[in-house]
Design a protein around this ligand. Structure first.
Ligand code: PBG
Length: 333
């Protein structure tokens, strides 16, 4: 122990904890509304508010209803939202062709949101899984996810979304080389100001289960699931390589996903690269916490505790399905 730290009885670490004022003064990390990104699910139709059974309290909304959710975020000063579409199964195919259609559900949502709320940031996934009938993020050719053929489609998907008004393109597919490819495409199409938030260290995780229910992408993935492109949960050095590459290819921000099981990765990335780093508290994390609170097994204070853990690990911001309720709590503090 460093002898500057003194010892008992003259040093009593509990002294700082005795009163609320001193606890507030010595707090090392704080969560603010500026740290939050709200993910939202959108579906076709009118006046639809369709609860997702494995995500208590979260619904898919048709665009008209989505706007009321965005309005709540705007009123609470949440800086950005992320849009995820549930595509009707009849409109999916093996190539995910709808992903590159400028009138698809994502592009229509972006335009409607920008019309009513021009200042809120909009984040959109670039990946084919909502649009493919097999649920993979890339094109399946000869039973393999074909990296380079997929890049051609991702580039087009990024362009239609950016042209519709998306502020932050978030490639979540984990193909090699996609950030560089998308950056070049954006730059050569007058979209040099569109940001890229790379899902840089995205693990092949079981915690995405409820999300796949929400968008209907989970049933046909096959026995290896997404293991040939998403990262192995055993690996940590590899996350550093992924992030290093994505930054060199032009990523403005990077993300680690899932969140709480991977706090060590956030911390390593932040200390090695010192770039804007985001955490995604994913659907499975949300549902575990939310349902435990609903059942009375956990106190609702665990929501803020879980979000603070990301700040302590070094994250600049958090994508979380708790964003509205957290922002509400922060406002009343
Ligand atoms: C798709 C994507 C996934 C999530 C965000 N984008 C799921 C997956 O890779 O299967 C998961 C988000 C969550 O679980 O909340 N590329």
């Amino acid at each position: 122990m460093n002898n500057m730290q003194g010892k008992f009885p003259s040093t009593r670490l509990r002294r700082n904890r005795m009163k609320e004022f001193s606890r507030r003064l010595v707090a090392e990390n704080t969560l603010s509304v500026n740290d939050l990104i709200l993910p939202l699910f959108v579906c076709e139709g009118n006046k639809v508010d369709d609860p997702i059974s494995s995500m208590p309290g979260v619904s898919r909304h048709s665009i008209d209803k989505l706007l009321s959710e965005v309005e709540k975020a705007v009123k609470l000063k949440i800086p950005a939202i992320a849009i995820f579409p549930q595509i009707e199964s009849g409109l999916k195919n093996s190539e995910g062709s709808l992903a590159v259609d400028e009138n698809n559900l994502v592009c229509r949502s972006i335009k409607s949101i920008k019309k009513d709320f021009p200042n809120i940031g909009i984040v959109c996934d670039v990946a084919l899984d909502p649009f493919t009938d097999h649920g993979h993020d890339g094109l399946v050719i000869n039973d393999k996810i074909d990296n380079d053929k997929t890049l051609e489609v991702l580039e087009q998907q990024a362009l239609v979304q950016a042209n519709a008004g998306c502020d932050i393109i978030a490639p979540s597919d984990m193909m090699d080389g996609r950030v560089g490819r998308i950056r070049t495409a954006l730059d050569s199409n007058n979209l040099a100001d569109t940001l890229i938030l790379s899902y840089a260290a995205k693990y092949a995780s079981g915690f995405y289960g409820p999300f796949r229910d929400a968008i209907g992408s989970g049933s046909n993935l096959g026995k290896d699931g997404k293991l040939t492109y998403q990262m192995d949960p055993s690996n940590s050095d590899e996350a550093i390589r992924e992030v290093g590459l994505d930054i060199s290819e032009g990523a403005d921000m990077v993300m680690v996903k899932p969140g709480m099981p991977y706090l060590d990765i956030i911390s390593r990335i932040k200390s090695e690269f010192k770039v804007p780093t985001f955490a995604y508290q994913v659907s499975g994390e949300y549902s575990m916490i939310k349902e435990s609170i609903n059942k009375g097994w956990l106190n609702e204070k665990v929501v803020m505790e879980s979000l603070l853990s990301f700040k302590r690990a070094g994250a600049n911001g958090i994508l979380t399905y708790f964003a509205l309720e957290a922002a509400e709590k922060l406002k009343n503090e």
